[in-house]
Design a protein around this ligand. Structure first.
Ligand SMILES: NC(=O)c1ccc[n+]([C@@H]2O[C@H](COP(=O)([O-])OP(=O)(O)OC[C@H]3O[C@@H](n4cnc5c(N)ncnc54)[C@H](O)[C@@H]3O)[C@@H](O)[C@H]2O)c1
Length: 471
């Protein structure tokens, strides 16, 4: 009797459950909204595909480079590279033939170097460059939407890739870079030069030595009124992109150096973000003037908060439209100290963190203020990052944003020469670039939290602590 009753109850319950409508999956293209959280689709790693975490290729004695995109950024990149030993520029590509020619004559010939193979005159010329046998590294400085197709094709043709920022413009493209780097076992480094500025490198070195205690919060930004530049981009690519994309479309200058200090995918990972944006005022105005359009998706000021697996927080800002002083805000808050660049470069450091005899006899630092200028200058010398020590002088001479661009190129070539893992791997490229689409999704849903994809597919805690490889 009892078992019969139980059976009836079970049948009734299952009928009831079957009749209760299941909550419908709230799908929006490539993401779902689950428990008030935006979750993007994450593709599985294909069978046979291997992680490139800590990947090192065979040493290359002389790195043969093909450059694609010789506009404002690419021209200078070729120039800087020619100051590094053990490098040959074998091929040059730009849609505009004159741009290739001016690099040939003004840089290569002027420095007594052989002319490189010329790929120009069409939007597809770069394909031939990627297929050449005498290219080890394809260095990409084109507009954003060309980065991934070029990087993917180059890796599929056995080349390592260095690609300008942001490496990718969508989540799909980020996964494409990761998958192809893993499939081909090639390097794909995003050229995030702000990781190599002297203040950031010094602060990173100090953080790694525990001078700020435990890092708990970081702030970074790209705040740069591009009014003088909008007309300079080839075929107006940048404004056209921003016209169609909300969110932080240029996040990596602020985020990259922070991720290194916070050991992202080297013991911690960015887990969730929320983003908000103002309407477009000045963006709309410039778009009206240059494109005769009333529509402009990118808000003038975009602000994003990120929380990490370990509960640390990062604040990232983007504003390329309004009248403000240039600000790449790099700020580290630790339990025992503080570093800040823009508008004031300085540190808050506790006396006992400094080596004996570092401060003048009887001198004490104010734990509520910046260290005095002479102590800051002394700190900048004492804690200059080891990777910058040997090349500081040459970097300042060659230049590129005060020398940081040269240090970046130098490190890329040094690691390739010595068969070492690069300073920035393909997971960095994806993690730093993915903010574009993630922030747009958060903004489109009223600042809803977004789960950040784990591009390492579970390997984010395998390496403990960010380190530059040295031989
Ligand atoms: N890291 C930095 O500090 C920094 C600074 C400026 C620009 N950038 C990045 O550098 C890249 C280029 O920016 P820019 O300011 O030099 O722009 P730009 O418009 O001056 O140059 C882009 C060049 O790419 C070429 N190009 C476009 N499509 C091509 C194709 N299919 N084949 C061959 N060439 C092609 C164009 O002809 C042009 O010469 C962007 O990704 C930008 O974000 C980085």
């Amino acid at each position: 009797m009892k078992t019969r009753l139980t059976a009836i109850i079970l049948v009734a319950a299952s009928i009831l459950m079957a009749c209760t409508p299941k909550p419908k999956e709230d799908r929006h293209g490539n993401y779902v909204i689950k428990d008030n959280m935006i979750v993007f689709d994450e593709p599985q790693r294909a069978p046979g595909q291997q992680s490139v975490l800590q990947f090192a290729a065979d040493p290359i004695e002389n790195v043969r480079i093909g450059f694609i995109g010789l506009g404002m950024r690419g021209y200078d990149a070729v120039d800087r590279i020619t100051y590094i030993d053990g490098v040959t520029v074998t091929a040059l590509c730009d849609i505009v033939p004159d741009r290739v020619e001016s690099v040939q004559t003004d840089i290569l010939e002027a420095r007594g170097l052989p002319r490189a193979a010329d790929y120009s005159g069409s939007t597809e010329s770069w394909i031939g460059l990627c297929e050449r046998d005498d290219v080890d590294l394809v260095y990409i400085c084109t507009d954003w939407v060309n980065h991934v197709p070029m990087a993917v094709y180059a890796m599929q043709h056995g080349k390592h890739v260095a690609v300008e920022v942001p490496a990718a413009t969508s989540i799909e493209e980020c996964w494409q870079l990761v998958d192809v780097a893993e499939q081909t076992q090639r390097h794909c480094m995003m050229l995030e030069n702000c990781c190599y500025d002297f203040f950031e490198l010094t602060a990173l070195n100090m953080a790694q030595q525990g001078m700020f205690g435990e890092l708990i919060h970081g702030e970074g930004a790209y705040i740069h009124n591009l009014e003088p530049f909008w007309h300079e981009y080839y075929d107006n690519w940048r404004l056209k992109f921003n016209q169609n994309h909300a969110g932080d479309v240029y996040p990596t200058h602020g985020l990259g150096p922070l991720c290194q200090a916070f050991n992202i995918h080297r013991g911690d990972r960015m887990k969730t973000l929320v983003s908000m944006s103002t309407p477009s005022y000045n963006g709309k105005k410039i778009a009206k003037e240059m494109m005769n359009t009333e529509e402009f998706a990118n808000g003038d000021m975009t602000t994003t908060m990120i929380s990490t697996e370990k509960g640390k927080t990062l604040l990232i800002e983007h504003n390329v439209y309004t009248y403000r002083p240039y600000n790449r805000l790099y700020q580290l808050t630790g339990t025992e100290g503080f570093a800040n660049k823009y508008p004031i470069e300085g540190f808050t450091v506790l006396d006992e963190k400094l080596p004996a005899g570092f401060l003048a006899e009887g001198q004490h630092l104010n734990p509520h203020g910046f260290v005095p200028a002479e102590v800051r200058d002394k700190i900048m010398k004492e804690y200059l990052h080891p990777i910058a020590v040997e090349i500081e002088e040459k970097a300042k001479e060659v230049g590129g944003h005060g020398g940081m661009d040269f240090i970046m190129d130098y490190r890329l070539i040094y690691c390739l020469h010595n068969g070492l893992p690069l300073d920035q791997d393909v997971y960095d490229a994806a993690e730093w670039s993915c903010l574009g689409e993630l922030t747009a999704a958060s903004i489109a849903n009223g600042g809803m939290p977004v789960a950040m994809p784990d591009f390492t597919r579970g390997d984010w805690n395998k390496v403990q602590g960010y380190r530059h490889a040295v031989k």
